[in-house]
Design a binder for this molecule. Sequence first.
Ligand SMILES: O=C(O)C(=O)Cc1ccc(O)cc1
Ligand SMILES: [Fe+2]
Length: 437
Amino acid sequence: MAALLKRLHHISLHVSNAEKVAGDLVSKFKFSLFATRLTDTSRQLAFRKGAAVFIVNERQNQSGVSLNEELRLTDAFDPHPVNVGKNDRDNSIKCLYDVSPHYPVDSVSNVCFEVEDVERSFSTLRNLGCNFMVPPTTVQDERGPVTYSVVKSIVGNVCHTLIDRTKYKGSFLPGFDVIEKDCLPEEDLSCPITHFDHITYVCPKKSTHQVMSWYEKLFGFQRFFIKSDEDVDEGFVVNHKDVGLRLTAMEYWKCSEAGITLPSVDKKEPDCKFVIAESLPGQGKNQVDTFLEQHGAPGIQHIGLYTKDIVSSAQAMAHAGVQFFSPPDAYYTEVGKQQEIEEAGHSPQLLAQNGILLDTDLCQDTTENIQHLLQLFTKPLFAEDTFFLELIERRGATGFGEGNIRALWRSVQAHMENQTVDSQGEGSKKTMQSGQY
Ligand SMILES: O=C(O)C(=O)Cc1ccc(O)cc1
Ligand SMILES: [Fe+2]
């Protein structure tokens, strides 16, 4: 029996310059800073937009003792909970609810899930052979306790924090100072982002099956077919001229769907899918291999932010300085594309101006049921060509569009080729990026 998950709680980033990433999340991506944990040894900042929560952790310089050792010395296996009240804040823990990886580059490396019972999940997963980086640990303040544990995923540097906050009366997590609602700036209505739509992992060639089996066995993830005619073993293969990509998607079963009814799990809550991308053999330079090379390991390549209005979100973000990939002009002038966009109720000019991609899917059984998928991809957020964000608006479509993927792939290709040309005259990518963001 796998350890079942209740819901996604937050995703955490580990970066060398938290201020810079925080500034981008707030001013460009319209997230609100709502909680902070600032101690002598750590800087953890929490941002929210709808139900999407990011924690930005500042990477520490290498010290003699690794955090895992440190945790073991302090709270792990300690029967007494760690107190993080205002006056006795535990400064020894660099990264609460996570591990502090000494990873050489900025990375998005922890997807935290709420679970029913951390101790039970821990023993289930340990019996199944899982590696734990933090055993069940309780942290409490005057509003109550939260228990968590951190497990290492099979994918590169990715970890999962499993957390139970049902006994906690506060609005976030003990140890964080929450900014009162009245002190938060007004929600930016021009970017109606509601939740994380999907998380895309980049994995080495031929490793998809291993990754899927791991998540299925340990967390009860189930296959989600991106296309109705998708081959079970092959996945969704996009193999067209310069694009060679294998995509496979999974979704997790919330406890309530697995027949375990928990009052705190709402079936109607939007869920976040996991997509595994691997490149096909015989490819030239591409987005997936570049990620592996520059990130140094498999990991989280991008996160899809669901928006109710992609045009308005794109305009507001572009105005605030977000750089998006634009497909080649030919994308919008291709035979039938303008009509397809108009029939979907959009303006081809507006989509083209903002680089928004549109895919149309005919539902299998009836031509009446036409579904649309609108997507837009940002340029990489960090100094390396690794992690980026995506805006996604779904009009009935649940999968991913082949046409959109091909267009994205080509615009990235063009971007990388430009960079190679530019960098010959102007120096490294890092220099260019810091000018852009
Ligand atoms: O289409 C999407 O949003 C995906 O998430 C699929 C995907 C995965 C990896 C890529 O490099 C490009 C596209
Ligand atoms: Fe995506």
